[in-house]
Design a protein around this ligand. Structure first.
Ligand SMILES: Cc1cc2nc3c(=O)[nH]c(=O)nc-3n(C[C@H](O)[C@H](O)[C@H](O)COP(=O)(O)OP(=O)(O)OC[C@H]3O[C@@H](n4cnc5c(N)ncnc54)[C@H](O)[C@@H]3O)c2cc1C
Length: 457
């Protein structure tokens, strides 16, 4: 068997790479190799959200995401919105005056990076707040609305705690069906010549200083595919596959969980944006619970402050009741293992935390409908930027370290990878994602002062 390009991994990274190589660059013989069915390791575990609202340094991530969203909108137009893209926005909320001031400062900075205009609604400016549309991804505002008028926040989002004093609503944001997006791209790639081969890549064979072939294990049977171009799109296993090429990729993994929860009492309206509580918080407990938790060394941590960032969104149509709840309150680096494991109290902690933002959810604390907990790994670089481009071995490339943004950034990531492989025109953000950026001592020195978690959900 022979391939013009062999891609290891059929998650969203491998699939977008195959799509761009076959459909947009016209390369016919692209083989995607995966030991699992396509899109089933991390890419079907995501919250499926997108945003162009990214902090610096510089405008690299804003331009990358704007390009990706341009491409997603093109696909939505051509497919009759096959993957249900909406543009409801993200709403960041705070009850703390200093945080409201910081919203204004960071929002002005992100707006200046190219994320669109900032409109302030404080009861003094003459600006009109345009509510989001539930379904339309076109004809929606760009940039962000900063609401500093609590009455306006509560009129728009009456289920939110009346402690909220500021809301930042970036508008080129929303969500889509990642599975349908991935399958649409895979079908298109297949129609243009791509093939999916089931099996585990176990070795990459190098001769004369370049890639010659790839060895695959198919349930104990070895298969060798001759190829001169190998793309590492192995998601959380990026580093392991890099080692097959003799390249040490500077990535690590963090476990992030997601809870699907049935809001059977319909506390939350179905047509709302993604809602994020941006303040650290204490979990609510009764005096009796508090005394009991304080007694025990193993439970005392539940009385400590928890970090900002609890968030949720409705999942499914207007008739559905599912909510997706997320909050990674313990972020740790770890080696990936499957099946992923979450602490038994995880769902209850997240629900309790969210009652600070939505007091109405407290009705479920007495008797919580059985939640469905899953999740996966954010594979990341130190500065939370992806790795896309050639590796220091002729014919080898990487597309990965897509962290918590592989669905939203996938289209631009795949386009960039395909341009590297096919010798197309590179966008000006291309150097920022090369592995070779770490060869620059000035860049490495910058990393120490870089807040890698900035903007991460
Ligand atoms: C809880 C959670 C919420 C998220 N929310 C969002 C969100 O709202 N928006 C967003 O944009 N992103 C989100 N993400 C991130 C997004 O899901 C990831 O960035 C993306 O799925 C990564 O895709 P990938 O293709 O790199 O990896 P994967 O989907 O993991 O695919 C890698 C593939 O490589 C295969 N593979 C590995 N090694 C080998 C080998 N040796 N041989 C053969 N195959 C191999 C694996 O089987 C796998 O199928 C979220 C992630 C999580 C966990």
């Amino acid at each position: 068997m022979k391939a013009d390009v062999l891609i290891c991994g059929a998650g969203i990274a491998g699939v977008v790479a195959a799509y761009h190589l076959c459909v947009r660059q016209g390369i016919k013989n692209v083989v995607l190799v995966d030991e699992r069915p396509p899109l089933t390791l991390t890419s079907d575990k995501s919250t499926e959200c997108y945003r162009n609202w990214w902090p610096g340094p510089g405008d690299t991530m804003v331009r990358f995401m704007n390009r990706s969203i341009d491409l997603l909108e093109e696909l939505a137009d051509e497919s009759g919105n096959y993957f249900h893209m909406n543009r409801r926005g993200y709403v960041y909320l705070t009850a703390v005056p200093e945080q409201a001031a910081s919203f204004q400062e960071t929002a002005a900075a992100i707006s200046a990076l190219g994320a669109g205009p900032l409109r302030i609604h404080d009861g003094h400016h003459e600006t009109v707040y345009q509510p989001h549309a539930a379904h339309d991804y076109r004809h929606q505002p760009d940039g962000a609305d900063l609401i500093l008028d609590p009455a306006l926040i509560h009129a728009q989002f009456p289920f939110i705690s009346d402690t909220a004093i500021a809301a930042l609503h970036p508008r080129r944001c929303g969500w889509l069906s990642a599975q349908q997006l991935g399958m649409y791209l895979l079908d298109q790639a297949r129609a243009h010549g791509a093939q999916v081969v089931r099996g585990r890549v176990t070795g990459v064979n190098v001769g004369n200083g370049r890639i010659q072939s790839v060895t695959i294990d198919q349930d104990g049977t070895p298969l060798t595919i001759a190829t001169a171009v190998f793309v590492n799109a192995a998601g959380p296993l990026l580093r392991q596959v890099g080692q097959m090429l003799g390249v040490d990729l500077p990535v690590f993994n963090e476990l992030h969980g997601k809870i699907a929860f049935e809001d059977v009492l319909r506390v939350i309206p179905r047509d709302i944006p993604l809602m994020i509580w941006n303040d650290p918080l204490m979990l609510p407990w009764s005096d009796e619970e508090r005394a009991w938790l304080a007694e025990n060394e193993e439970t005392r941590w539940l009385l400590q402050p928890f970090p900002a960032g609890a968030h949720f969104r409705p999942e499914g149509g207007m008739e559905a009741t599912t909510l997706l709840l997320l909050w990674t309150y313990h972020v740790t680096r770890q080696e990936p293992v499957w099946p992923t494991q979450f602490a038994p109290e995880y769902a209850e902690v997240v629900l309790r935390g969210l009652t600070r933002m939505v007091p109405g959810l407290a009705v479920y604390l007495e008797r919580m409908p059985k939640p469905n907990v899953d999740g996966g790994y954010y594979c990341k670089t130190q500065e939370n930027r992806p790795l896309i481009g050639p590796l220091p071995l002729d014919g080898a490339y990487v597309i990965g370290a897509l962290s918590g943004y592989g669905i939203m950034g996938g289209m631009a990531a795949g386009e960039l990878l395909a341009n590297h492989v096919a010798g197309g025109t590179l966008p000006d953000y291309a150097p920022a994602f090369l592995l070779s950026r770490y060869d620059d001592p000035a860049y490495r020195a910058l990393l120490d002062s870089w807040d890698a978690a900035a903007g991460q959900l």
